[in-house]
Design a protein around this ligand. Structure first.
Ligand SMILES: [Fe+2]
Length: 210
């Protein structure tokens, strides 16, 4: 592949080369929506021992949100909330939230981030856990919406007889949301150069120091 830049290390790179790189990442030129669609397709037929496969669960969650009159961004969050089921089964909510964070509101980012614990309200008591673990997040700005997301759409989306909308019907919504300029929908601290944005909150909220 012919490259427009020629450095062997970042130390060698030039401002002109970074200008080229930054231009190539504006808008959805890196294909975030295409990547998300491909990841969703890979969920098809995956056996997680659930009544429906994770693609059908995702479509069913998004369809229920759509038919409930949820806004476009929320429907896209519903569609992608389990996109990490195969790659990151132990922290799939963090995985999806990280992908969505640049493009959605802080509230919706929180909904996706919290859904792994909040869906437990609907089954944790069946596996020996406290179904009210979500109470640790009482007061979180996304608490109410995350509870509603799980109750009305996520936990209800395992019905093999439900008629979900096909993935193609969600594609325009997905392309619009993932095609937004990063971090215009929320106030995530970031540095901005030449239109390229880097999240300045890596590891936020988890790592104790000493
Ligand atoms: Fe889910």
């Amino acid at each position: 592949m012919d490259s427009l830049t020629h450095f062997r290390s970042m130390d060698e790179s030039t401002p002109a080369e970074w200008a080229l790189i930054a231009r190539s990442t504006q808008g959805d030129t890196t294909g975030a929506a295409d990547q998300a669609l491909a990841m969703l397709q890979r969920l098809k037929g995956a056996s997680l021992c659930m009544p429906v496969d994770p693609l059908e669960h995702s479509l069913q969650t998004a369809t229920r949100a759509f038919k409930d009159g949820a806004d476009e961004e929320t429907v896209v969050c519903a569609l992608l909330h389990d996109i990490g089921d195969l790659m990151a089964p132990q922290n799939h909510a963090e995985f999806a939230a990280a992908i969505l964070r640049p493009y959605v509101s802080a509230e919706n980012h929180g909904v996706v981030l919290l859904h792994e614990i909040f869906q437990g309200y609907h089954y944790f008591d069946k596996v020996g856990l406290d179904r009210n673990l979500r109470e640790r997040f009482r007061g979180h700005p996304s608490f109410e919406k995350a509870a509603q997301f799980c109750e009305r759409w996520d936990q209800a989306a395992f019905d093999k007889d439900y008629r979900s909308m096909p993935l193609g019907e969600f594609e325009p919504l997905l392309r619009r949301v993932l095609g937004r300029a990063p971090y215009t929908a929320n106030a995530t601290p970031h540095v901005d150069y030449m239109g390229f944005r880097i999240n300045m909150t890596p590891g936020e909220g988890g790592h104790g120091r000493g």
